[in-house]
Design a protein around this ligand. Structure first.
Ligand code: HEM
Ligand SMILES: *[C@@H]1O[C@H](CO)[C@@H](O)[C@H](O)[C@H]1NC(C)=O
Ligand SMILES: *[C@@H]1O[C@H](CO)[C@@H](O)[C@H](O)[C@H]1NC(C)=O
Ligand SMILES: *[C@@H]1O[C@H](CO)[C@@H](O)[C@H](O)[C@H]1NC(C)=O
Length: 604
């Protein structure tokens, strides 16, 4: 009796014993696999390391390791020595070679084809093939592990609300030292919400963005059914309405394309665009309107080239052109600005044609998490001398119609965005989002920030002081977490010490850049069979792609007020009458107060 009781007890203890993989023993991207209940094996295949825990470098790994400069050094070089880079930037061959290196070294850390998802911490056909999941860059922490991060840290993580209040919440607005403006912030939100579209009905592990990348579903709709509702079905164009002579998206009522609006929004202010949630912020609706105008403009250009084409072909080709423009602008304007590099980035798919590179992409849950850049948002929005708080701004499309696109652009270009890293800069109005993010990451059993750093070949932080670069928050974090190896990813990147004069810290840059460039260059249109003029309707369409800039896009969008106006390239900005432009437009570099270039000059 006593004996069998002890046996039952022992068996129970055995079945609850932590998996030996909980301690993440395999280093250098080796894969941990349990062997029975109490042993593990590290699979070090092609990691360049060997030994029980993949810790011993092979000769060439060791050699590369000693020769390779650290990410800190590379970042320093790229963000300094302006004179040197100005010379390099003028030699296309050298610039191309460096860009090729940037692309290859950045895309290398991303597993492609993708591997895990939030339910499968091992390779499986289900995880690979089910596109409804975000992929996972690191597998989930096992349910049977002793602590939420595996074996390190305390049994319970600090209360999410407490973390947000202590470390993330804004006390006083901290401007981004790189000078990003609100125009930039809304570009970030608009651009990324075509692939960050969590399927909240299913849970945070799931996405509604089945294209997993830059497919412009935020312009055209996720489904064919929605696309048809948004299309004019004539000349390839998207449906629109004219308000006081300006082109805007159609209403929900007219298009029958559902959107998320609260009940009190009047029928005529419920605009319908590809992304269902873009009614949330007028900044998103502004970009949606600009892209809508651009689509219809490009249709006109294409139709001049191809009077023989039907609606369908004009539509499809224009969509490919807009995808190309988006990638071009994302790399050469948006990432260029974000990076702070003095080296001039270049969008040239041909750089990868002689390299080993997979033209596919899967959006990672961790990428989504890291892109929660809510600290960019100000406390109030200033448009044309008026100040809007969140309550008056959100879900209020009248803001856009009342001020018009050009005034919004003008105003958003003048207003500075907030710094993302460094802590305590999440606006009070969106603090709930930060809390939810932390809670969802925990449900999805994310590994620790240091595990992610190691996966992306960064040294793990040794202490909280090394993480934050100061003492006060570091001490409090240490008390709450107990161990730097249990620091979580999302609060971690938001409290991380920023690069000097930078918007982000090292972790955001070194992990974010690979996801970002892989997503952009992994697009089908960048592959050899697609990247040629005929894909884009010929040389004219191809040049719309290769010549795209954010400034051109916005200027065309502002210009495009009247559908009857000729929009070919030779037509100048001014109407012919004495109407002066309502705004001088800005955004060559996205730097604040950069008013040197006006729309009129686009055509020179
Ligand atoms: C007025 C400004 C903003 C408001 C009110 C807002 C609000 C929200 C809300 C309510 C969510 C859903 C949270 C949840 O339930 O999980 C969300 C998600 C998100 N936000 Fe924002 N946000 C704003 C600006 C931004 C900006 C500027 C960015 C910059 C990139 C951003 C990035 C994200 C991302 C990546 C998600 C996750 C989306 C998804 O998984 O579907 N947001 N935001
Ligand atoms: C491998 O890691 C385990 C667990 O962390 C450790 O106990 C063991 O000593 C390591 N083996 C070697 C050869 O370093
Ligand atoms: C993907 O996985 C989810 C959850 O298991 C399931 O509900 C869904 O049907 C799967 N989708 C496909 C296409 O198999
Ligand atoms: C929406 O914006 C308009 C025009 O800018 C403003 O007059 C109105 O009060 C706002 N509506 C709400 C509900 O705040």
């Amino acid at each position: 009796m006593l004996l069998s009781g002890a046996l039952v007890f022992a068996l129970a203890a055995l079945s609850q014993a932590a998996s030996p993989c909980c301690s993440h023993p395999c280093q250098n991207r080796g894969v941990c696999m349990t062997m029975g209940y109490d042993r593990y094996e590290c699979d070090c295949t092609r990691t360049g390391f060997y030994g029980e825990n993949c810790t011993k470098p092979e000769f060439f790994t060791w050699l590369k390791g000693t020769l390779k400069p650290s990410p800190k050094t590379v970042h320093y070089i790229l963000t300094h020595f302006k004179g040197f880079w100005n010379i390099i930037n003028n030699f296309p061959l050298v610039q191309g070679t460096i860009m090729q290196y940037v692309l290859m070294s950045r895309s290398h850390p991303i597993d492609s084809p993708p591997t895990y998802n939030s339910h499968y911490g091992y390779k499986s056909w289900e995880a690979y093939s089910n596109l409804s999941y975000y992929t996972r860059t690191l597998p989930r922490v096992g349910n049977d592990c002793p602590t939420p991060m595996g074996v390190s840290g305390k049994k319970e993580l600090p209360d999410a609300k407490l973390l947000v209040e202590k470390f993330l919440l804004r006390r006083e607005f901290i401007p981004d030292p790189q000078g990003s403006n609100i125009m930039f912030a809304f570009f970030a939100q608009h651009f990324t919400h075509q692939f960050f579209k969590t399927d909240t009905k299913r849970g945070s592990a799931f996405t509604k963005g089945l294209g997993h990348g830059v497919d412009l579903n935020h312009v055209y709709g996720e489904t064919l059914d929605r696309q048809m509702k948004l299309r004019l079905m004539k000349d390839g164009k998207l449906n629109y309405q004219m308000i006081e002579g300006e082109m805007y998206p159609p209403t929900v009522q007219e298009s029958q394309a559902e959107m998320m609006y609260p009940p009190h929004i009047p029928e005529n202010m419920r605009f319908a665009v590809g992304q269902e949630v873009f009614g949330l912020v007028p900044g998103l609706m502004m970009y949606a309107t600009i892209w809508l105008r651009e689509h219809n403009r490009v249709c006109d250009v294409l139709r001049q080239e191809h009077p023989e084409w039907d609606d369908e072909r004009l539509f499809q080709t224009t969509r490919l052109i807009l995808i190309g423009q988006t990638i071009k602008i994302a790399i050469e304007d948006y990432i260029q600005h974000l990076s702070g590099y003095n080296f001039k980035l270049k969008f040239d798919p041909e750089l990868l044609f002689n390299q080993r590179f997979q033209y596919q992409n899967r959006i990672s849950a961790e990428f989504n998490t890291m892109y929660h850049w809510h600290p960019l948002m100000p406390d109030t929005f200033h448009i044309q001398g008026q100040e809007y708080n969140y309550q008056h701004f959100l879900f209020n499309n009248s803001v856009m119609v009342e001020h018009g696109i050009s005034q919004m652009v003008e105003s958003f270009s003048r207003q500075t965005a907030g710094r993302v890293a460094g802590g305590r800069n999440v606006p009070v109005s969106v603090q709930r989002v930060a809390v939810t993010t932390i809670e969802q990451n925990r449900q999805m059993k994310y590994q620790s920030m240091n595990q992610y750093r190691k996966h992306f070949l960064l040294k793990p932080f040794q202490s909280f002081e090394e993480l934050t670069g100061e003492k006060e928050m570091a001490a409090e974090l240490e008390e709450l977490y107990g161990d730097i190896d249990s620091m979580e990813l999302y609060p971690g990147i938001l409290v991380e010490k920023p690069h000097s004069g930078g918007i982000f810290g090292e972790t955001m840059v070194e992990i974010g850049a690979p996801f970002s460039l892989k997503g952009l260059m992994g697009n089908a249109i960048c592959s050899p069979e697609y990247w040629k003029p005929s894909t884009f309707g010929g040389q004219v369409g191809f040049e719309i792609v290769t010549g795209a800039t954010l400034q051109r896009l916005v200027c065309h969008g502002v210009l495009r007020t009247d559908r009857h106006r000729d929009v070919s390239h030779s037509i100048p900005f001014f109407d012919g009458d004495n109407r002066t432009p309502r705004s001088a437009l800005i955004i060559t570099s996205l730097n604040q107060y950069h008013f040197a270039s006006h729309c009129g000059r686009v055509y020179h």
